[in-house]
Design a protein. Structure first.
Length: 406
């Protein structure tokens, strides 16, 4: 009975992406209105006393992407030559790195540590939802991409822009979730980009996915065939589930307390999971103001394919693979072409990034995998790397001390 309910809910979830979206807070007792929910990323950074720049770059295939920069810390006036590029995950944006505030946001922390901080936005999120010729609202062609294109085109385009503006030849790269996937795509598809990376830090690495435990992702993977057909039939290409439908998901899947119910109505948290002990209730209104930030249906489908195949390979177009790749199965990403130094930070309770899958990734990366670190908190989950109360202590301090070695 439960599984029928879940499938119905998931079908709704995909379909509800087509319904109008209101970025307003729901009537929930745990929430107090917070003006930060409605401020843009540059407005937030300015409000908290840090310098900020917004840059726009256009990819070779016409997508107009927004990059945010915090050139230096609060107590400094000079821009350092240590450049770091941060890339967000699925359904997320550059807001990830700053919405927890100046004491907890990795963007601010790195700026205060003396880094020139750049934060990317992948095609299709609400800050990179524009194109030179295609209209995201009316041209389904705009949405014909997965994280393959993000890694093969967006991230290298943004990195080249950053290197050009800063006059540097290499930078540090930190990715979360899909921000790690797109890094492995970039450095295997374009091995020449390895030389532009001083070191890469994967927070919750995702390449192999067949051991992940997220209930919603499992349902999605199991039904991905029919759901894909359904999505195409009714013309849905953007994955941004509607709030009312997410509230139904919350009712079925989530514990009954206010915070859990509230977060379960947010597609990002419902899919990825979170650790209640790591959640700071004060920032909930701000989190919901900025997430989920939008993705294509094909980004989600590409992950569903990985869960089903257990392989880390390009998008599966079915019969069209022959045309596209000259083979029936999509080509695997060649991890042996990755040579940039990589550090993997992973955790025991991560719904999306399972320990065994991370161990396999490190093995297949060979010498590039410098080290992997299991987070000390056994309950630490996928989104706690960004929003967890103890993220600075458990994750960022480690990353910063490792960066100093390169
Ligand atoms: C999209 O980009 C075009 C330039 O190609 C610009 O004129 C337009 O204002 C942009 N739209 C949005 C919503 O940013
Ligand atoms: C999209 O198309 C509809 C009609 O199909 C039109 O009313 C609307 O203005 C278009 N949107 C944009 C942003 O061009
Ligand atoms: C929760 O967030 C608020 C607002 O950013 C911050 O002032 C407070 O220190 C945070 N609490 C904890 C326990 O991190």
């Amino acid at each position: 009975m439960l599984s029928i309910k879940l499938v119905a809910i998931f079908a709704f979830l995909v379909c509800s992406s087509a319904l109008p979206h209101e970025r307003t807070l729901q009537n929930n007792p745990v929430l107090t209105a917070d003006e930060d929910a409605d401020l843009t990323v540059p407005e937030l950074i300015t409000k908290y006393g840090y310098p900020v720049e917004e840059h726009q770059v256009t990819t070779s295939d016409g997508y107009i992407l927004t990059i945010h920069r915090i050139p230096h810390g609060k107590d400094s006036t000079t821009v350092s030559d240590k450049v770091v590029f941060l890339q967000h995950g699925l359904l997320s944006s550059s807001a990830d790195w700053i919405i927890t505030g100046t004491t907890h946001g990795l963007g601010y922390i790195l700026a205060d540590e003396g880094y020139d901080v750049w934060m990317g936005n992948a095609r299709g999120n609400h800050m990179s939802r524009n194109h030179t010729t295609l209209d995201p609202d009316n041209d389904s062609e705009f949405w014909q991409f997965s994280w393959h294109e993000i890694g093969a085109i967006d991230v290298p385009t943004m990195i080249d822009h950053v290197l050009e503006v800063t006059g540097q030849t290499s930078l540090y790269h930190i990715g979360h979730s899909q921000g790690t996937t797109s890094f492995y795509v970039m450095t295997s598809i374009h091995p020449e980009y390895n030389a532009k990376i001083k070191a890469h830090f994967s927070l919750a690495p995702i390449a192999y996915m067949n051991h992940m435990t997220s209930p919603l992702m499992h349902i999605l993977a199991f039904w991905s065939g029919p759901l894909d057909v359904l999505a195409k039939l009714i013309g849905i290409n953007e994955f941004l589930p509607n709030n009312e439908f997410m509230a139904m998901v919350g009712d079925v899947l989530c514990a009954d307390d206010d915070i859990t119910q509230f977060l379960c109505t947010n597609a990002l948290f419902a899919i990825c999971g979170f650790s209640p002990d790591e959640m700071n209730a004060t920032i909930l209104p701000v989190l919901t103001g900025h997430t989920p930030a939008g993705s294509s249906v094909n980004q989600v489908m590409h992950y569903a394919q990985e869960i089903n195949s257990g392989a880390f390979r390009q998008f599966d177009y079915g019969l069209a693979n022959l045309d596209k790749y000259g083979s029936l199965t999509p080509p695997p990403y060649q991890l042996d072409l990755i040579t940039a130094p990589i550090y993997l930070l992973y955790s025991h309770n991560d719904w999306m990034s399972a320990e065994v899958d991370v161990v396999k990734l490190c093995e297949n990366l060979g010498d590039a995998c410098q080290a992997k670190f299991l987070i000390a908190d056994g309950e630490f989950n996928h989104l706690d790397y960004l929003f967890g109360i103890r993220a600075p202590e458990l994750v960022y301090n480690k990353v910063i001390s490792l960066m100093a070695r390169h």
